[in-house]
Write a protein that binds this ligand. Structure first.
Ligand code: ADP
Length: 623
């Protein structure tokens, strides 16, 4: 056997361990939950791999987590006969490569030092294993990958380095031995361990075993020849398989917590047993709070799929669309073939049906909450609104169920509280479109000169400033036969009277507009008069078919090529500045440039040449 090698912890992990060892004093007990949860995952993986390679698991092997203590040596050992780890997997999983959540976890801890809940969140960040160093000053991990002969030992005191070398282990699986710190010997007591397991890991659907006490004789001494036996200390049945009426709220909540690491109870719990051609159970939770990794698309673990209690995958997308990635839960099917591969799942028809029904359940429930409990729904929207908006783009089939869930800010409300129904109800009698404006942020949208005429006429405009909104309006097109219309695009509907007046003004100002078009030909597509404005002299609009300035800004920020489109410059014929424009004057081209730059500025754009703008304005002020 070769000599163990010494490795340095990756810097971030070293910092994390330092925090674990020196700064965390409360709820240290959760290390046990983390280890049991890792063991349970490892056993799930072994069962799954054995579906396609039977040699990985013999029929008579009972898969379980075993907990033993040694009071003389001051050690606590958690063993499992799960999938185990190869040499490379150890390197990949512990010590050498920091998970994406490592840094976030440390930031969360630092920013919220007195919130004790943070420690219990450890699991959410994928750093659970390291929590052992809260209670141990040395940790020894022995593991053998199922299918491999060679076992490995990893050992560390959590201070900068670990060793990794070959060792022996009879069977596949992993054992983790904690050499407990002097003041942490409570974790050698069976009753203490049982208490923690009941609190955090009761729902684990695997046996968790501990040595019971030796039978005693009449005088209270261990009976001769008798030895303590392993006892299973949890119920070990899957919660979702039990009948609804037997499950308490606390049990649901604790199961939810084990899936989400969310300390708050869920907003809704949806538990259904479906019978008939396709039999399955689904237990879904809608959370109240968004997880820290809501926007990390690679890290999606939402709904777990089981086939007859055997874990198959937690690849969220097979059971929930992307925009519902925050939904937690399990689906357990009796009818799917056990040997389904994760790839086949994506195209399996039955899975497709289960997914469609699960999505419908969630959307129906959200619609119910939106109707019955506005304040709870508003809280939900603050957390998840941006993600729900993706649904309009992603899931056209459910457009009718998603649209009523949407909430927007508008010229009537700075918060996102306005539903499309609210808007339609407040529409003016002759108004035939739902008007919106998109902007880089709420303030820019709200301050846009394009709103001037709408506000004068008392027409409500939705103010959209989330990046996803541009896609949303492109997909939504219309609601209840009312088209969505950008206030910055295309022409405005005018009454006959207004049209006549505009024609006259057009005549009168035609030489000015023609000259402006000539002078600004590099920057604008066209120059025309507008009745959009009441206070500003000019504004920029996109042609009906062009993407618009905000969309172009977003595409550039995403590193994509935005098609080079020029805006249209619209002039307010009633504004004093426009009235005094004289196409024959020497300063005309300066005025033209200033008008154009102002119009760009007022919609939140950056000027190409700000210094030139300042120079021109100063020049005109002096004249
Ligand atoms: P997480 O479990 O959230 O991924 P951890 O820090 O708890 O984060 O564990 C890191 C990784 O180490 C796990 O993802 C898993 O691949 C591996 N691992 C931990 N414990 C075991 C175990 N008992 N058996 C097999 N692999 C394990």
């Amino acid at each position: 056997m070769s000599k163990p090698q010494t490795h340095a912890f990756q810097t971030e992990i070293s910092q994390l361990l330092d925090l674990m060892i020196n700064s965390l004093y409360s709820q240290k007990e959760i290390f046990l939950r983390e280890l049991i949860s890792n063991s349970s995952d490892a056993i799930d993986k072994r069962r799954f791999e054995a579906l396609t390679d039977a040699s990985l698991l013999s029929d008579d092997e009972e898969l379980a987590v075993t907990i033993t203590t040694d009071k003389d040596a001051n050690t606590l050992t958690i063993s499992d006969n799960g999938i185990g780890m190869s040499h490379d997997e150890i390197i990949e999983n512990i010590g050498t490569i920091a998970r994406s959540g490592t840094k976030k976890f440390m930031e969360a801890l630092k920013s919220n030092q007195d919130d004790k809940n943070d420690v219990s969140l450890i699991g959410q960040f994928g750093v659970g294993f390291y929590s052992v160093f809260m209670v141990a000053d040395k940790v020894t991990l022995v593991t053998r990958r199922a299918g491999n002969k060679q076992a490995y030992q990893w050992e560390s005191d959590g201070k900068g380095e670990f060793t990794l070398g070959e060792t022996e282990r009879n069977d596949a699986g992993t054992s983790i031995t904690l050499h407990l710190r002097e003041d942490e010997t409570e974790y050698l007591e069976n009753f203490r361990l049982k208490h923690i397991i009941n609190k955090y890991s009761e729902h684990i659907s695997l046996p968790i075993k501990m040595l019971g006490s030796v039978p005693l004789d009449d005088e209270g001494n261990p009976k001769e020849g008798e030895e303590a036996e392993f006892e299973t200390i949890n119920t070990g049945t899957a919660l979702w398989a039990r009948s609804k009426s037997e499950i308490s709220d606390e049990e649901y909540q604790s199961f939810y917590q084990s899936l989400s690491y969310d300390m708050e109870p869920p907003l809704s719990t949806l538990h259904h047993k479906v019978e008939g051609n396709l039999e399955y159970t689904s237990l879904l939770f809608i959370p109240k709070k968004a997880p820290f990794d809501l926007w990390n698309r690679e890290n999606r673990k939402g709904v777990k799929l089981y086939v007859r209690r055997i874990f198959i995958t937690d690849d969220a997308e097979s059971l929930m669309p992307n925009y519902l990635r925050f939904i937690k839960g399990v689906v357990d099917s009796a009818d799917l073939p056990l040997n389904v591969s994760r790839e086949i799942l994506q195209s399996d028809r039955d899975i497709g049906k289960i997914k469609a029904r699960a999505v419908k359940r969630v959307l129906d429930e959200l619609n119910r909450i939106a109707k019955d409990d506005n304040s709870a729904y508003q809280d939900f929207w603050k957390e998840f609104g941006q993600v729900i908006k993706e649904g309009v783009v992603e899931d056209m089939a459910n457009k009718d169920k998603i649209t009523p869930l949407l909430r927007f800010a508008s010229t009537e409300s700075d918060e996102q509280t306005v539903s499309i129904d609210d808007y339609i109800e407040r529409m003016q009698e002759d108004q035939d479109a739902i008007y919106y404006i998109t902007g880089e942020n709420h303030k820019a949208a709200k301050g846009s000169p394009h709103l001037e005429m709408f506000s004068k006429k008392g027409i409500e405009v939705l103010l959209l400033s989330d990046p996803v909104d541009e896609w949303l309006v492109n997909s939504l097109h219309e609601v209840n036969e009312k088209p969505l219309k950008s206030v910055t695009k295309g022409d405005l509907d005018l009454s006959d009277e207004e049209k006549k007046e505009q024609e006259e003004q057009k005549e009168a100002l035609s030489s000015v507009t023609d000259k402006l078009k000539e002078v600004l030909s590099d920057s604008v597509k066209d120059v025309r008069l507008t009745n959009r404005l009441t206070e500003s002299p000019a504004c920029l609009v996109a042609d009906e078919t062009d993407p618009g300035a905000n969309m172009e800004r977003i595409m550039k920020a995403m590193g994509q090529d935005a098609p080079a489109t020029k805006p249209i410059l619209e002039l307010n014929p009633d504004h004093a500045l426009i009235k005094q424009l004289d196409e024959g004057s020497d300063s005309f081209s300066d005025w033209a440039q200033v008008l154009f730059d102002q119009a760009a500025l007022s919609e939140g754009a950056q000027l190409k040449d700000p210094a030139n703008y300042v120079k021109l304005v100063n020049k005109l002020l002096i004249n």
